[in-house]
Design a protein around this ligand. Structure first.
Ligand SMILES: [Fe+2]
Ligand SMILES: [Fe+2]
Length: 229
């Protein structure tokens, strides 16, 4: 289950205002690092930002409090930071990946967690665990650890849905962008296998808000970002 112990990541006895200021700085750092990874791939227009926004909306819809939803939001910005260790030729390859290339690609969640591990406040917020687990599947057939169901951090189960939505709505070297309706159908079809059905249920409950949010990212145009948090 979701574990958030912000106090472990802040100086003992820190005033709430100081904690808020620290969290705001953590968010700004996460947004900047997310942009750095998006800049590696011309096809992934503001992908990390979109995943962060969709994740926050889903987290709130699941009933997580503001601090927990913000931790999921921060993890959304950072989820693909491990791709910094994947060669550009693999990231941007238009055709099928070879077995060796796929192995390198699949290393990115663990590599991301490893990159972020020195930031103790991100560990305390559960962000490092969420980044490591964002490609786990609800049925246990994901990676890197083959976790299933509730063993996957809730934030990672949320990011998995947000990540897939954003990826499907993006143009890729090997296919054009999908429409929201087609992406929605795919997410519903994968409830219980790839995705946590509880997260998919919240997705459907907030479908119209998500459709509008996704549209603002598309309207912003390539390489531009809508005015979001
Ligand atoms: Fe990823
Ligand atoms: Fe943000």
């Amino acid at each position: 289950m979701f574990d958030l112990a912000l106090s472990r990541g802040t100086p003992a006895g820190a005033a709430p205002a100081a904690q808020d200021a620290l969290l705001a700085q953590v968010h700004e750092l996460a947004a900047a690092l997310g942009r750095a990874i998006d800049a590696k791939d011309s096809h992934t227009m503001a992908h990390s930002e979109e995943v962060a926004e969709v994740s926050k909306l889903l987290a709130a819809g699941l009933g997580l409090g503001p601090a927990q939803a913000q931790a999921v939001h921060v993890a959304g910005h950072l989820h693909d930071i491990g791709k910094i260790g994947v060669p550009d030729a693999v990231l941007g390859k238009p055709g099928r990946l070879t077995a060796e290339e796929w192995t390198r690609m699949q290393a990115h969640p663990a590599m991301g967690a490893d990159i972020l591990a020195p930031l103790s406040c991100l560990s305390a917020m559960g962000v490092v665990a969420m980044v490591r687990a964002h490609h786990e599947r609800f049925d246990g057939r994901g990676y890197p650890d083959g976790l299933a169901g509730a063993a996957i951090p809730l934030g990672a189960r949320i990011i998995a849905v947000a990540d897939s939505l954003s990826a499907m709505l993006q143009r890729r070297p090997y296919r054009p962008a999908m429409g929201f309706e087609a992406a929605r159908k795919e997410i519903v079809a994968c409830a219980g296998s790839q995705f946590d059905p509880a997260v998919v249920a919240v997705f459907l409950r907030h479908e119209e808000r998500l459709r509008r949010l996704a549209a603002t990212f598309r309207e912003a145009g390539p390489g531009r970002r809508p005015a979001v948090s």
